[in-house]
Ligand binder design. Structure first.
Ligand code: CDP
Length: 206
């Protein structure tokens, strides 16, 4: 079984996916972390974020590994744990450019397709492009203000600038963020985390 949970930035995908996966006793897979890891490598190594070749060459020379552990996803590069460095404003600001590079998307998708089901996968195009065969698909939304209020607790920035950055990232990500036609839409602003997890679980088999 594959469950896909897609949605806009800071719509609650990771928290919902991790909660649903825990109840189902499955791993969850955060595809955004691979895009974030690629953006971090570009920033660390001073590589352009609008050209695939140099970045892919670096990622091939020293591969990145996504570890979908039940307690949270980790991203490693050799002996380096990159996980704690993936959610900074700098990575937020660069990741959408990297995610527009088609060879980079293929690099991410190859990683994801090698993971053995069952799992819960979250991102932007899990239900459309990467796992179109998934049995259960969800698409999470929430207003920009609700999303910014959540994210401001995780970033050292004020509400207005976090909201503006989210809206900008939504626009840059629009191309790969269309919902699957067979996805159930859930507005995560209408309930707390437990209620949203319960709603997703209500559509899944026991
Ligand atoms: O948690 P949040 O929604 O802020 O971001 P994320 O899921 O970690 O994704 C970070 C970025 O990776 C997004 O802004 C997209 O640019 C890109 N992404 C993508 O293009 N396709 C995916 N399946 C997942 C993420």
């Amino acid at each position: 079984m594959i469950v896909t949970i897609d949605g806009v930035a800071a719509s609650g995908k990771s928290s919902v996916a991790s909660g649903v996966a825990r109840r189902l006793q499955l791993p969850y897979v955060s595809s955004g972390l691979l895009y974030r890891a690629a953006a971090l490598v570009a920033l660390d190594e001073g590589l352009p974020t609008d050209r695939a070749e140099p970045l892919l060459a670096s990622l091939e020379a020293q591969p990145v590994e996504l570890r979908p552990l039940p307690e949270g996803n980790e991203v490693w590069r050799g002996s380096q744990d990159l996980t704690e460095r993936l959610h900074t404003s700098e990575v937020d600001g660069s990741v959408s450019a990297v995610a527009q590079l088609q060879p980079l998307r293929e690099w991410v998708n190859d990683h994801l397709r090698q993971l053995p089901p069952p799992f819960v996968a979250e991102g932007r195009d899990m239900g459309t492009n990467v796992f179109p065969q998934a049995e259960y698909k969800f698409y999470l939304t929430a207003s920009p203000r609700v999303r910014a209020e959540r994210r401001v607790q995780e970033r050292t920035a004020d509400l207005e600038s976090v909201e503006a950055a989210l809206v900008l990232r939504d626009a840059r990500d629009a191309r790969q963020s269309a919902p699957a036609p067979d996805a159930r839409h859930i507005d995560t602003g209408l309930g707390n985390l437990e209620q949203v997890i319960a709603k997703v679980l209500s559509y899944l088999p026991d």
